[in-house]
Design a binder for this molecule. Structure first.
Ligand code: ADP
Length: 587
């Protein structure tokens, strides 16, 4: 967690001071200079120019001595300010995409390192929205700088007006103070409202993505209306929360605005009164009105930024805390790589719970190097959980799992998973090319090695028949491939990975019998020389296993070869085998 301080501000500060230090500091200085120069120079230039008329410095030698230098000074002054403005915007344009992308990348990596438990409690779309909130939130640095500059402008101008007339300065100060006090009082409810709105927006976004990504089910069940109805409460809540949050924001700046309008009238009256008494000159009145406008504009800048700031920071803060949860499964200090020379697996007295529900109950299982074990049992028996523990997606509550006598808790997770090839029922595919999907098994593989693996998996034929061959895209989650083709890509991936341990979790149960028989051959080929665990409902697929292990209620209730178990009188496996129609277990 060392790159993830407790607070969002601490997290952002790292980026403000570390990698982009040069650009950021240059930008911040220049930005402040431009804002302050704009705010202070404008009234002052106006006053200086009007004073030329007041003092009659416009003709003859006076023009050369006074008017011309003043005009030149004002023009060059603006030229310099505008030049700096352009420069700061160029710099701002450089750091924003860089920093925001880096934050996005860091959070993306971190969430990928989260354990399975993190994902089972979340919607992917929402996680994506939260990452964007945090990376986008860094942009408020501009708003903060704007506010800081506006504050400097207000203070400098108040000081300059104080020199002309203390009553006018006092009125400006009052307007400013009123705004600040009012703002501080309103900030908490506004913050709360915007956090609620942000939360409902990311929830809605998560639900929409969940709905869209299940487009095939929606189509299949003509579920458009149902989806609309399902999303409606979240949409309504989002509309309500956003309107309320917007209302709180308007309320935040509208009232003080009207108060200022009243004060402006009062200040004009005061100017007329002071002029009539000879206490104020025309240039000073122009200066005062100009300062009032600039100060009002600056305060408005501060005030209008606050809701946005609160909104963005509120969303980013909430997202940051939800994303940067401590990772449950971490490598032990000084963990070494798993060293697999034989591929023996020993599950020793393992118990496991999901929340409070006991799933594995003091389970022990020893698998010899190269042994092929079939895991069977009714749904919910804990088979998938057992292999999830073996891949260290979760840690057992008690007991331990050993690979070649090394406790998997003590080795680096990456090295453990490098040694295991896992093929699920529905292998997941990236929306990338066939080649990239296969190469995921070994990113360093050459094109030749990829082709050899595809041939071993009997995938080469259908790939070569595709329009762009190995460069053909597989579509969203592999939609362009049939179930059998997806399995072949997954097998090719596993061949390429060349891991000593192979786990198949219902890997053929989604396929038709003909495809299953063909794929089964590839599995046999793949499992040669590897320690294999195959979970299957269809018992016929496990006949060639060295041993069958039957599980129920998180325990092993029978174990032996297929033939021995089938013959066992009153045995559960024998009963399941009999109950099968066409090789299926009835749950
Ligand atoms: P099997 O593979 O034998 O069908 P599983 O290992 O998938 O069984 O599931 C065992 C039990 O654990 C089931 O009752 C299931 O509901 C529960 N379970 C599985 N995953 C989770 C989870 N992420 N959170 C809570 N319970 C879970």
């Amino acid at each position: 967690m060392k790159n993830f301080p407790k607070t969002l501000i601490g997290f952002y500060l790292q980026y403000a001071v570390r990698p982009f230090r040069g650009i950021l500091i240059a930008w911040a200085l220049m930005f402040t200079f431009v804002m302050v120069a704009n705010g202070v120079a404008w009234p002052w230039f106006q006053k200086t120019f009007i004073a030329l008329f007041e003092n009659g410095h416009l003709l003859g030698g006076d023009f050369i001595r006074m008017a011309l230098p003043t005009i030149l000074f004002i023009s060059i002054g603006w030229f310099i300010i505008d030049g700096f403005e352009l420069w700061q915007s160029v710099l701002g344009n450089r750091w924003r995409p860089k920093v925001q992308n880096e934050i996005n990348e860091v959070l993306h990596d971190y969430t990928h390192n989260q354990s399975m438990g993190f994902w089972t409690e979340r919607i992917v779309g929402k996680v994506n929205a939260q990452i964007n909130y945090v990376s986008g939130g860094f942009g408020v640095l501009s708003d903060l700088m704007l506010m800081l500059s506006a504050l400097i402008v207000v203070i400098l101008n108040l000081y300059l007006v104080l020199d002309i007339n203390k009553y006018v300065a006092f009125m400006l100060l009052f307007a400013f103070a009123f705004r600040v006090v009012y703002g501080v009082l309103r900030i908490k409810p506004m913050n709360k409202a915007s956090k609620t709105a942000a939360d409902s927006s990311s929830s809605l976004s998560g639900k929409v993505i969940d709905s869209l990504s299940n487009y095939s089910i929606v189509k299949l069940f003509a579920g458009v209306k149902h989806e609309k109805k399902h999303l409606n409460p979240a949409r309504q809540r989002n509309i309500k929360d956003r309107i309320y949050s917007g209302y709180m924001q308007r309320w935040f700046w509208a009232l003080p605005m009207f108060v200022w309008d009243v004060l402006f009238g009062a200040m004009l009256l005061l100017c007329v009164y002071l002029f009539s008494k000879g206490d104020m000159k025309v240039s000073e009145i122009v200066f005062t009105i100009s300062v009032y406008n600039v100060v009002m504009g600056s305060i408005s800048n501060i005030i209008r930024q606050i809701p946005n700031l609160v909104d963005v920071i509120g969303s980013a803060q909430k997202s940051y805390h939800e994303l940067v949860k401590p990772i449950e499964i971490v490598d032990a200090d000084g963990a070494q790589d798993l060293d697999v020379s034989r591929g023996a697996i020993n599950v020793r007295n393992v118990s496991f719970k999901y929340k409070k529900k006991l799933i594995l109950d003091n389970l022990s299982l020893n698998i010899k190097p190269g042994e092929k074990v079939g895991l069977v049992g009714p749904s919910g028996a804990g088979k998938t959980t057992l292999v999830n523990l073996l891949m260290r997606f979760y840690d057992p509550k008690s007991g331990g799992i050993y690979v070649d006598d090394q406790n998997i808790r003590d080795v680096r997770q990456d090295s453990l998973r490098r040694n295991i090839a896992f093929i699920p029922q529905e292998p997941t595919m990236f929306n990338r090319s066939l080649k990239e999907n296969i190469a995921y098994g070994n990113p360093d593989a050459t094109d030749k090695e990829i082709r050899v693996a595809a041939k071993q998996a009997q995938a080469d034929k259908f790939i070569m028949a595709a329009e762009k061959k190995y460069d053909s895209m597989v579509g969203d989650r592999g939609i362009k491939l049939s179930g059998g083709q997806k399995q072949r890509v997954a097998i090719a991936r596993a061949f390429l990975k060349n891991a000593p341990i192979l786990i198949l979790d219902e890997a053929t149960s989604a396929l038709d019998s003909e495809t299953e028989a063909a794929i089964q051959k590839s599995f046999e080929e793949l499992s040669r020389g590897r320690t294999t665990i195959a979970i299957a409902h269809r018992l016929s697929t496990l006949r060639n296993m060295d041993r069958i292990v039957v599980m129920d209620h998180g325990r092993i209730i029978e174990s032996g070869t297929h033939n021995a178990l089938v013959r066992k009188r009153g045995g559960v496996y024998a009963k399941l085998w009999k109950m099968q129609s066409g090789g299926f277990i009835q749950d």
